[in-house]
Design a protein around this ligand. Structure first.
Ligand SMILES: Nc1ncnc2c1ncn2[C@@H]1O[C@H](COP(=O)(O)OP(=O)(O)O)[C@@H](O)[C@H]1O
Ligand SMILES: [Mg+2]
Length: 361
């Protein structure tokens, strides 16, 4: 089916003027649908079924979460069509359309007119706004009552990761274990520390909240003045600890090098970017966090960066199947670069904690 035929399955307003591909589409194929006259324009997306095995559950999460936010935006006198994503339903009443011929799921939302997307956080101000965007999303959902579907199993769950890790070492499919003894020690040395942290999630000390789980700056829309409008790309939103969003964002926002940098001297955690991101996040979430979340906020960066070291190394030992590689040791290089970032965070942990305490005071 053509994008035109697919779009016709949805209950949109107005008349279609054009449908064109938008952007690079790493995960989903995205189209922008322009309509004639005053009716809204739309975003049409083919949802990547390999990455998201249960699209109906994913869309159910998005519908519930956006409905909750919209009610709140309306009560505050805001514009629910600009300050939140708006899902457009198919004519049969479902929040997606399944193209049985090609086995693809499609979804539509309203295009937020006049919005600006920024790809990279190239300044401290943008680090702050990245934190603000995710903080605002979490804050609007801080009183969301029910659990969401777990659309990605075991996400950021280090107990689950260590189970996979133990299997990987036991299998040693390609005989690589003996070649990465030093790297394996990095993961083993931190086992207890990381499981202790995860235990705080398991015993409820760190509460479940609605989290975004894809905290890139390009998933936050800005208005023409450069102010945060809303978080988009809600495909990964789920129930999790709030700290997973913070930690994952800090892992990428604060790295002075590339994720696969061969020159380790370029890789480190920039403490100013750390401060800016956390300041933006806490400008929204400060009053919603409990004592345990406040205490472990800085550690979340270490936790998520460590998890990435483990996942890279595990994939390397398993034959480099998950991340695309450009050369045979690419994922080993990723492991080493991520470990350098982890070491930089560990060395700066006292300063990170001091900054969080200061911002919370
Ligand atoms: N509702 C929207 N309003 C305006 N722009 C949007 C909207 N949804 C997506 N976009 C634009 O399309 C890009 C890709 O969409 P996104 O949902 O983030 O897909 P992907 O999973 O491919 O990252 C966004 O970074 C943004 O520029
Ligand atoms: Mg995106």
């Amino acid at each position: 089916m053509t994008p035109e035929n697919i779009f016709n399955q949805f209950a949109y307003e107005g008349e279609v003027a054009s449908i064109k591909p938008l952007g690079e589409g790493f995960i989903n194929d995205t189209f922008i649908v322009r309509t004639t006259g005053d009716t809204p324009d739309y975003i049409l997306q083919r949802k990547n079924h390999n990455v998201f095995p249960d699209v109906p559950a994913m869309m159910d999460n998005i519908v519930k979460v956006t409905a909750h936010m919209k009610a709140k935006i309306i009560r505050a006198g805001g514009d629910p069509l600009r300050e939140s994503l708006t899902v457009v339903f198919a004519k049969d009443g479902l929040p997606y359309y399944f193209d049985a011929e090609e086995g693809n799921y499609w979804a539509v939302c309203i295009f937020i007119a006049g919005s600006v997307t920024i790809d990279n956080a190239t300044s401290l101000d943008l680090c702050f706004k990245g934190g603000q965007g995710i903080g605002r999303f979490q804050k609007m959902l801080a009183d969301y009552p029910e659990p969401l579907h777990e659309t990605i199993k075991g996400f950021h769950n280090i107990r689950f990761r260590y189970e996979q890790w133990d299997d990987t070492l036991r299998r040693d499919k390609f005989g690589l274990v003996k070649t990465v003894q030093e790297e394996i020690k990095w993961v083993e040395d931190r086992r207890q520390q990381m499981l202790d942290f995860w235990h705080l999630v398991e015993d409820g000390s760190l509460p479940m909240r609605v989290t975004h789980n894809d905290t890139k700056l390009s998933n936050i829309l800005f208005d023409k003045n450069g102010d945060v409008l809303c978080a988009i790309d809600l495909d990964t939103c789920m129930s999790s600890t709030a700290l997973n969003d913070v930690g994952d964002a800090l892992r990428s926002y604060t790295n002075t090098g590339a994720e696969d940098d061969r020159d380790l001297s370029r890789v480190s955690m920039d403490i100013d970017r750390f401060r800016a991101y956390v300041a933006g996040y806490l400008s929204e979430m400060k009053d919603s966090l409990n004592d345990c979340e406040r205490e472990w906020l800085a550690f979340s960066a270490i936790y998520i960066t460590f998890e990435q070291v483990l996942r890279f190394l595990m994939d390397y030992i398993d034959g480099s199947t998950y991340w695309k590689i450009q050369y045979p040791t690419h994922t080993l290089v990723r492991t080493q670069a991520q470990y350098r970032l982890l070491q930089s965070m560990e060395a700066q942990y006292p300063q990170m904690q001091a900054i969080v305490r200061e911002l919370l005071a």
